[in-house]
Ligand binder design. Sequence first.
Ligand SMILES: Cc1cc2nc3c(=O)[nH]c(=O)nc-3n(C[C@H](O)[C@H](O)[C@H](O)COP(=O)(O)OP(=O)(O)OC[C@H]3O[C@@H](n4cnc5c(N)ncnc54)[C@H](O)[C@@H]3O)c2cc1C
Length: 554
Amino acid sequence: MLWSLAKAALLGPHQAMLGEFDYIIVGAGAAGCVLANRLTENGRHRVLLMEAGGSDRRFFIHMPMGYGKTFYDPSINWMYKAEADAGLAGQEDFWPRGKVVGGSSSINAMVYVRGDASDFDDWRSAGNVGWGWDDVLPAFKAMEHNEAGTNEWRGHGGPLFISANNTQRHWTGKAFLEASIAAGLSHNRDLNGATQEGVGHFQLTVQNGRRNSASRAFLRPALKRKNLAVLLNAHATQVVFDDRRAVGVEYLQDGVLKRAHAKAEVIVATGAINTPQLLQLSGIGDGAHLQSLGIKTLHENRHVGRNLKDHQGINYTYRLNVPTLNQVLRPWWGKLRVGLQYLLFQSGPLSISMNQAGGFFRTNPARTRPNMQLYYQAFSTLIPRANERPILSPDPFPGMSIGLSNCRPTSVGEIIANSPNPLVHPRIIANAFSTDHDMQEMLEAVKFIRKIAAQKPLANLIEEELRPGPAVQDDTDLVADIRQRSGTVYHPCCTARMGPDAKHGVVDAQFRVHGIDGLRVIDASAFPSIVSGNLNAASMMIGWRGAEMVLKGN
Ligand SMILES: Cc1cc2nc3c(=O)[nH]c(=O)nc-3n(C[C@H](O)[C@H](O)[C@H](O)COP(=O)(O)OP(=O)(O)OC[C@H]3O[C@@H](n4cnc5c(N)ncnc54)[C@H](O)[C@@H]3O)c2cc1C
């Protein structure tokens, strides 16, 4: 009710029209930036890219280790909180999302993993024609310029530079890799290659010591095109319809409610949390829920906001007997040294991701594909700091962490608009570890972390396990620790998932919203199911393929 009154006041004499565009892309995130580039490439279409956040020209976005700062910066981050979750011992998990040009690709940890080939075959098996591994591999290759060169798996010559992560790494990462191999894993030189299984160095979206966000790789080169307009600090409040055809977007900018008109299509790319909220506010969703908010149902689809998938992760943290990045990043003289090194040469520990090594493994040999991802971090952050993820001020003692996250959890959550007011955050119900499957595989996985830590040469460097600590041994205590200390690894998806019809999903295999004309959803919310590993690559890939579908008009 309050929102409808406020809306009338905001509309009043101020309502303004921006002019006409062929396409409006809502959300300048990982997928949105790729779409903006490709839809303007041939010069034939006028495109408006609308973003709720502002410019990404900020030092801590571009310096890779600035990740610790952007993580809690409300000026570029939606700073969501999930609801208290029984699966996480009642905790309200923090869910950062980028609210800035580049979206979450501007604040993410820069690990570049496409996903397991079988994940995409699962997409196709779910009835989504054209989405198997054979279909998506050419798109991954076309958009990439892999520093390691080209082969059957890697792309070369595309707009997205991928670092092979061969320099600047901390030496203890090698001990982690050797210990993992001693624990039974294979060495994998290309985690985006023939197989995902094994351990190695992550490829990174970093170029010349700077974050290579979707904004930098795709949007910036397109900005000079006259047929692209970018609107910043413009919060889309709803899609505007003429009958059942999307014809524009209503948005709030500087406290004024305005409208932009799309002659051809509106493309929603606002990410896995905001996209279902925007659809619900626009009258697309579960009718009973919409009615409870006083929103008129334009199109009933119970999948909107449902099917939320996400990866859950946990860190095991160790005190070492040799210096780690803690001794470099914590003292003021260390900060001065690496700060100067970064400013003068764009090199050193500030110039790469905190996740330098890792890989994928099966918690149980009976499984046909890896079900866990590993991360090695040559620092530890047990001592919290207000408003900061304390990567740039880690613990005072030498420490490191081995992290892991699940690949294809079976728990399902939900995103529900909480109010008709678009500025009110939606409810995030994660339902983490709500299936026995998810807890059982995590239990097997944390035991395997200890197996790695017990192998030489890593074991020789470890003084003690700090978290969870040696007192936590039996399954009951390990499970309690998992619930207490796990959390999202920031990969929500599937909340407007692709499915062959409205009974199975929100969009079809060309991202068109079932039952509505002129409206597509192209972002991580459209994933039919979660992929194994980090989601940025797959989000950009669907932006890449989505643009082709839009241009073909199918
Ligand atoms: C802290 C963190 C670490 C991560 N680490 C990694 C990693 O190392 N590797 C990896 O591959 N992935 C990582 N990810 C995940 C990855 O970045 C995301 O999955 C990916 O960016 C999702 O792309 P998207 O296009 O769906 O959404 P986003 O990139 O989030 O883009 C959505 C955009 O829409 C805008 N928007 C939202 N609502 C509105 C509105 N109403 N009006 C206008 N604009 C709006 C947002 O501000 C944002 O710019 C991480 C994510 C986070 C948050």
